[in-house]
Design a protein around this ligand. Structure first.
Ligand SMILES: [Zn+2]
Length: 425
């Protein structure tokens, strides 16, 4: 597969004049060079860089690409053609990778390509939770990963699933041919959004490292991440670490049975704690018993709405969950309105470790290096049964900690302790 990198942006807004944005160094190496290194690692060596102003600085650095193990060609825009205009002036002999020039990533490109090939879409977008979802375009997907709706950057406030475009796509020539465009074009507005209604635009969710460096603050954060080797740590091929989090009483305030989004209220410091967990490179995975579903007090749709509210509240603070696993079951029957099919002695209800074991399999997690954190003894027993380290939170807990469990006041005190101990306690 070939790759096209959109590298027309300027670094001016970043306080760097006379340098194209993709040439800004991150820990001493230009962003674009980091991108090409990742592509070459997966055998993507045929690379076209779309340039505009100061494109010669890019061409001077990469030349024909041989120094980097690639064959690099250039498409120089005489007038700016936006995020997609150049695509209409190139020949495409097959599906191709299209990459924004201002992102730093370390991803399994083979996995992304297989994700695209399996569904043969007009386009596949690599997606992930954004650290700034409130001002990012987000997508809604169905259970097969088909994009069903595109929420623009500016939109009326509403709850969302935090799923944003990473800026890495696979595009089919058919998609390019479907639009009649001669001049400048916007990839989202002119190509991807109109194609959503065909049902052939797909999302491929990644847990690996992809971050944009489009503002000075984000560039500084990406630089810190690269220096601390976070991108490598998050590679799918490496075992990852996770902090498994109980939900009620740990992230959001305990209010008995929660059956509606309006009952979700973050505990003081919880969002900051999740953000610390995100930045330390741990996956943040909620594991929650929700017997309200078996009791018939809350349907799966309501539970989904509750979790969207949770994601939205966390997203407002730049924090995100990598996964939410829930147990809808309850072992005891005999309640009015209960859902008989969910009344069973399942393997997922904490203190059984089923949810953690599922997440570990889905996300390639090393359990011995991960934590289970919660305010109930069953959280600690569940974490132990899964082979994780544990942390018992006193906040709001009505029970004593199980013997030998490390105790913290609340989630933020756990996260700060994790951070001050260099990521492991
Ligand atoms: Zn269950």
């Amino acid at each position: 597969m070939k790759a096209v990198i959109m590298a027309g942006g300027l670094g001016t807004r970043m306080g760097a004049t006379g340098i194209p944005k993709p040439m800004l160094p991150v820990a001493g190496k230009p962003v674009l060079e980091r991108q090409i290194e990742c592509l070459v690692r997966f055998g993507i060596t045929d690379i076209t860089i779309v340039t505009h102003h100061l494109g010669e600085k890019i061409a001077r650095h990469f030349g024909d690409g041989s120094r980097f193990g690639a064959r690099v060609s250039y498409f120089k825009e005489r007038t700016p053609l936006g995020t997609a205009g150049a695509l209409f002036k190139m020949k495409h002999d097959g599906d191709f990778l299209l990459i924004n020039g201002d992102i730093v990533f370390d991803i399994d490109i083979d996995f992304f390509i297989s994700c695209h090939n399996r569904r043969r879409g007009l386009a596949t977008i690599l997606t992930h939770p954004s650290t700034h979802p409130f001002d990012s375009a987000l997508v809604k997907t169905d259970k097969d990963g088909r994009v069903t709706e595109w929420l623009p950057k500016t939109r009326p406030p509403s709850d969302y699933q935090n799923l944003a475009n990473t800026g890495i796509h696979i595009i089919s020539p058919e998609l390019v041919e479907s639009a009649d465009i001669r001049g400048a074009a916007n990839l989202d507005k002119d190509l991807l959004i109109p194609a959503v209604k065909t049902g052939r635009v797909f999302s491929c969710r990644t847990f690996e490292y992809v971050r944009d460096m489009g503002t000075p603050e984000r560039l500084a954060q990406v630089t810190r991440d690269v220096i601390s080797r976070l991108p490598e740590k998050k590679r799918a091929s490496n075992k990852r670490t996770a902090v498994f989090l109980d939900r009620d009483g740990t992230i959001n305030a305990y209010k008995g049975y929660i059956c509606s989004p309006d009952q979700i209220e973050l505990i003081e410091g919880a969002a900051r704690a999740v953000k610390i967990i995100n930045r330390l490179g741990y996956l943040a995975v909620a594991v929650t018993n929700q017997p309200v579903v078996a009791r018939g007090m809350c349907g799966f749709d309501e539970l989904d709405a509750i979790h969207k509210r949770l994601e939205t509240l966390l997203g407002g603070h730049g924090a995100y969950l990598d996964g939410i696993y829930f147990c809808p079951h309850h072992p005891d029957g005999g309640y009015e309105g209960e859902v008989a099919a969910l009344k069973c002695d399942c393997l997922c209800r904490k203190p059984k470790p089923g949810m953690i074991l599922d997440a570990a399999r889905d996300l390639n997690i090393s359990l011995a290096d991960s934590y289970m954190v919660g305010d109930s003894p069953s959280d600690i027993l569940c974490g132990r049964a899964a082979g994780c380290k544990t942390a018992f939170l006193q906040c709001g807990s009505k029970s004593d900690p199980p013997e030998g469990a490390p105790v913290f006041r609340d989630l933020i005190s756990f996260a700060e302790s994790l951070k001050s101990h260099g990521g492991s306690i």
